[in-house]
Write a protein that binds this ligand. Structure first.
Ligand SMILES: NC(=O)C1=CN([C@@H]2O[C@H](COP(=O)(O)OP(=O)(O)OC[C@H]3O[C@@H](n4cnc5c(N)ncnc54)[C@H](OP(=O)(O)O)[C@@H]3O)[C@@H](O)[C@H]2O)C=CC1
Ligand SMILES: O=C(O)/C=C\C(=O)CC(=O)O
Length: 355
């Protein structure tokens, strides 16, 4: 048994089909009286439903969440929260909406109640991201960790199949990198394996039967576990590449994760053999990188950056940005590895098999 440090994070999770009904009780448990409800413009209907459930405890709705949290949107939402005298934020939606809640909490310390409707896992992490002048920066701060999370599988029934698959693989990425993280521990290893397995078995069912509530619950359970892993241990090469491609080239987050993951995992295969074996076992595959690409392809998800908006002429700049400020990784990828990272990006661009 290796040595480790494990810190549990203070969070309350309410899980189950129909659990949105407990919203008012949970707001009261937070001691809040004036909740600002957050959503994307398209999910405003959900935000209105939440505000109606809160009645007099709803301070208002801010419905302008967008991916990667542009600093301008964060400033606008902070100002609205301040003007309305909000004492908590309720974020209903995917990682973009949770991320906006985090941007408010970072500035004001307002508690967040998150109601995730995708599998991104942001609700379980103290990690925030902000995009300014074309560069995405991430940081960690305990103030942004949502205090309460309501996981209601009914709410993800309407998540389109394509997004369900890519979002599930976004969650798997957290667990896969957690298995070789520098600061991991046995509890996170268990969660990572269980999280990968839960999502891998849920996705084919969701593809065939999008409103299968048991499969939706399995996927959300997996997202919870994988998000918890991300919230407790460090991110590595894969997340760095995705933040570069998403933040600087505005590619869609979950799709980028889906395309890049097999290649980033292959890059680390020799440096992290134990993680490879555990990922493969959880997927029920012979090889971790090939199993991850098959999970995407077999469920109709993209496997090439060129198919999700990346331009060939931007690959050089992406490689430069990624190696310019690397995260810790079992196989280092600083400027000396620039050619290897550029080659990895080319394979991801073309949709080649990972190696
Ligand atoms: N800090 C952290 O720990 C993490 C942060 N993130 C961040 O989260 C963001 C990505 O999150 P992700 O969840 O993938 O993306 P979004 O929150 O942008 O949601 C993706 C899409 O899902 C749609 N959607 C969400 N819920 C429903 C629903 N119930 N029914 C129908 N459609 C729905 C949204 O539609 P519409 O546009 O119509 O609203 C949107 O198009 C990125 O900014 C990423 O950086 C991701 C993981 C972890
Ligand atoms: O890449 C991820 O899925 C994890 C973290 C982030 O996206 C950081 C952020 O909130 O922007």
């Amino acid at each position: 048994m290796r040595d480790f440090v494990y810190t549990s994070q203070p969070q309350r999770v309410v899980f189950g089909a129909g659990s949105l009904q407990h919203l008012a009780r949970e707001i009261e448990a937070l001691g809040a009286r004036r909740a600002l409800v957050l959503s994307t413009p398209e999910q405003r209907g959900q935000a209105e439903r939440v505000a109606a459930m809160l009645g007099a405890h709803a301070a208002g709705i801010f419905d302008r969440a967008v991916m990667h949290v542009p600093i301008e949107t964060a400033r606008e939402a902070r100002e609205v929260a301040r003007k309305l005298g909000a004492d908590c934020a309720v974020a209903i939606g995917g990682g973009s909406t949770t991320g906006l809640g985090k941007a408010i909490a970072l500035d004001s310390g307002l508690p967040i109640l998150a109601i995730p409707t995708t599998y991104a896992g942001s609700e379980m992490t103290p990690i925030y991201g902000l995009t300014e002048a074309g560069l995405k920066k991430t940081g960690k701060d305990p103030r942004v960790l949502p205090r309460t999370v309501i996981y209601d599988p009914e709410l993800s029934r309407s998540l389109p199949v394509g997004l369900s698959v890519t979002s599930g693989i976004n969650a798997i990425a957290h667990a896969a990198e957690g298995l070789y993280a520098q600061d991991s521990n046995p509890v996170m290893d268990l969660m990572a394996q269980e999280g990968i397995a839960a999502i891998a078995r849920a996705l084919p069912v969701i593809r065939r039967q999008p409103d299968d509530i048991d499969a939706r619950a399995d996927a959300l359970y997996g997202a919870w576990l994988c998000g918890t892993v991300l919230g407790n241990v460090g991110m590595a090469l894969h997340h760095k590449l995705c933040h570069t491609l998403g933040g600087s080239f505005n590619l869609p987050h979950a799709e980028v994760h889906t395309v890049v993951l097999p290649h980033a995992i292959a890059f680390n295969a020799e440096a992290a053999p134990r993680a490879m074996a555990l990922i493969a076992k959880a997927l029920g595959a012979e090889s971790a990188p090939a199993g991850l690409q098959a999970l995407a392809r077999d469920n109709g998800a993209p496997v090439a950056l060129k198919d999700i908006g990346m331009k060939a002429e931007d690959l050089d700049r992406a490689a430069d940005i990624a190696v310019g400020n690397p995260y810790w990784n079992p196989r280092p990828f600083g400027p000396a590895e620039r050619d290897a990272i550029r080659a990895l990006l080319q394979r991801a661009f073309d949709g080649d098999p990972p190696r």
